[in-house]
Design a protein around this ligand. Structure first.
Ligand code: AHG
Ligand code: MN
Ligand code: MN
Ligand code: MN
Length: 336
């Protein structure tokens, strides 16, 4: 098989190969995950060399279609992942770093939504960054050329993210729970380190960018006020706060020790639907959370029930421990 769709066993632990053995239809999906893993090893090594002075990965370039200034590593990661996916059974890619849908292998069965480099504000300061992907069946038509990406997140066959942190890890689901693989740098192989993540139903940690407090919508203002009131307030527990500036890093922490993450809509220009994108950030994270027994909403409604109308569409995002996410939904007065 070509470079991009490496033999599963050589790059990802037997667990993924077992999923394929259980359902041969997953072979194409697993090949795409293997291609993402291959690109992730490259990006991880580029980051390491960058930290050693091998090129200014934070050098700023053009604006992307979502208005973010592209850094050198955004573009490099986009190129590495796109190249790896060209060698896998992928017909279409929707990337944060490309305006429209990219056409790769005509007739291939799968479409991939990708955030090649998440947490770009952390580039150059040696803080964790990541890559996020969601894998779907192709569904575009001449009438709806982005049709592969407009179905709700429940159409995803698999999702994952890579965290380039103290260790490089691959968090992935094919619909049979959420696993974590850790990169063995010497062998350039991801090894299965957590076979079945289970998120605690409630915890005492919330993640939000508190500098936006004056802009938040009312339900979030009320919820955070009650978090700050701690055990003296209606939530009757003292909270800790974290905000890592990198969605994947906050998501990995929530998967491992629970808690709740919020990027709500706010009244800044362009932020009515928050900052995070549905297709290549919220939907993959939501699948990984639900497969780990956690939850993901837009504050009140399940993320995986929402279909995109544009590939860069934003959505407010709340995810984490089921009881904490349900409490937030109460402040929105919505079902969840
Ligand atoms: P990206 O770098 O892919 O554009 O995503 C950055 C996102 C996400 O990683 C993080 O949670 C959020 O931006 C941080 O936003 P603020 O800088 O507004 O806190
Ligand atoms: Mn960006
Ligand atoms: Mn991102
Ligand atoms: Mn990005």
């Amino acid at each position: 098989m070509s470079m991009g769709s490496l033999e599963i066993g050589s790059r990802l632990d037997a667990c993924l190969a077992l999923a394929v053995a259980a359902d041969p239809a997953l072979a194409d999906v697993a090949a795409v995950i293997a291609a993402c893993a291959e690109a992730a090893v490259d990006v991880s090594e580029v980051i390491g060399r960058g930290a050693l002075g091998g090129g200014d990965l934070a050098a700023q370039g053009e604006q992307n279609s979502d208005g973010d200034v592209q850094k050198a590593l955004d573009v490099l990661a986009h190129e590495r992942f796109t190249e790896a996916l060209r060698g896998a059974p992928v017909a279409e890619v929707a990337s944060e770093e490309a305006e429209g849908v990219m056409l790769l292998n005509a007739g291939a069965p799968l479409a991939v939504a990708i955030d090649p480099l998440d947490g770009s504000s952390n580039i150059g300061v040696n803080m964790a960054v990541g890559s996020i992907f969601g894998i779907r069946p192709v569904g575009s038509t001449p009438e709806n050329p982005i049709g592969s990406f407009t179905s709700p997140g429940t159409a995803q066959l698999a999702a994952g993210f890579v965290t380039y942190g103290p260790a490089t890890s691959l968090v992935v689901t094919l619909g049979f729970g959420t696993q974590i693989y850790t990169l063995d740098r010497a062998e350039r192989v991801f090894r299965l380190t957590s076979p079945a993540i289970e998120v605690v139903p409630a915890a005492k940690e919330y993640a939000i960018n508190a500098s936006n407090a004056r802009h938040w919508d009312t339900p979030v203002k009320a919820y955070i006020e009650d978090c700050l009131a701690g055990s003296d307030g209606p939530l009757d527990k003292d909270f800790n706060m974290r905000w890592l500036g990198s969605l994947v890093a906050d998501a990995q922490r929530v998967l491992i020790r629970g808690g709740v993450f919020l990027y709500p809509g706010d009244n800044r220009k362009g932020y009515a639907q928050g900052r995070l994108r549905l297709l290549y950030e919220a939907a993959p994270i939501a699948m990984l959370m639900e497969q780990a027994g956690a939850a993901a909403t837009d504050g009140a409604n399940r993320i995986l029930d929402i279909g995109a109308t544009g590939i860069h569409e934003r959505v407010p995002l709340v995810f984490g421990s089921t009881e904490d996410v349900a409490v937030v939904a109460k402040y929105y007065g919505g079902r969840n």
